[in-house]
Design a protein around this ligand. Sequence first.
Ligand code: NAX
Length: 331
Amino acid sequence: MSAPLRVLVTGAAGQIGYSIVIRIADGTVFGKDQAVQLVLLDVPQCATVLEGVVFELQDCALPTLHSVEAVTDVQQAFTGVDYAFLVGAMPRREGMERKDLLAANVRIFKAQGKALADFAKPTTKVIVVGNPANTNAFIAAKYAAGKVPARNFSAMTRLDHNRALGQLALKTGTTIGDVKNVIIWGNHSSTQFPDVTHATIKNQPAATVVNDNAFLQGAFISTVQKRGAVIIEKRKLSSAMSAAKAACDHIHDWHFGTKAGEFVSMAVPSDGSYGIPQGLVFSFPVTIDAATKEWKIVQGLTFDDFAKGKIAATTKELEEERDDALKACDD
Ligand code: NAX
């Protein structure tokens, strides 16, 4: 068993937290030979719930779980962390404006960015799940600057990516393993652009196999964009099992690298690729090198006018969110 990795999950008393911790603890994310020190953070009001989660993890008798601690103190939570799953966020309450939600979350992610800078390892890798995920990651990276490089911050669009894979497999009567290289561009919101232009199904261009352009430019995109809302309508709760699984896929691939010839969607600080403003946390297709654990934005992809319009819309939304968040930071 390798020396333990210290892995933080925030919002661990919540519903995604409940589904995510088992996958991290049982070796699904970091492998069956990698010990994990799991740190569970939530707000003080949830301390008892957290304790219950710790007890359940102990009862799972997991060989890869070196230790598990429940904490409500930010310094304790972030100290020496190798990987951070930032799931906890302020949920939208009735009557709350989008701006209020953004401001509340900016405060949380500003504090957590500072805590990462002060207490985490400089090599720590961060996935932000809590919404608005892209902008929260942008803020956390800004306040960790100088200590933890911006490229170690990411936001989750892997759930959207997985939803896109699922829809294509369903439409074509194939299985998930047959579908590769879908892309989610932009924001984890309803402006995201699920793009199949470069996707394949059984090694054939997805558009040829699907053979239904109206579907690909219509129902396919809106189903993926609105899937979260549909799950809430049906379950009366937001996606949790699939969100936890996606977060684990995201960190698994960051840790182990992507497969040859395949890319995944990950929201990362833009380096200016495809004209996306530098620093904006934007979902791109990436490949990850297993040896260095560094992601690279896939280059040289082309867009038709339809794709250009979609990418412009999601970029505009992210720029507005970023500007509102920066304003809220100064308030
Ligand atoms: P829950 O409300 O079940 O859990 C959130 C937990 O976070 C609560 O236990 C709460 O006490 C805790 N929390 C709040 N502020 C905190 C802070 N400052 N420090 C530590 N813990 C804090 O929500 P859940 O369904 O688990 O969703 C968590 C977040 O994921 C939400 O923001 C949600 O919108 C977001 N999602 C993001 C997705 C994505 O694809 N990026 C998809 C799923 C999900 O909707």
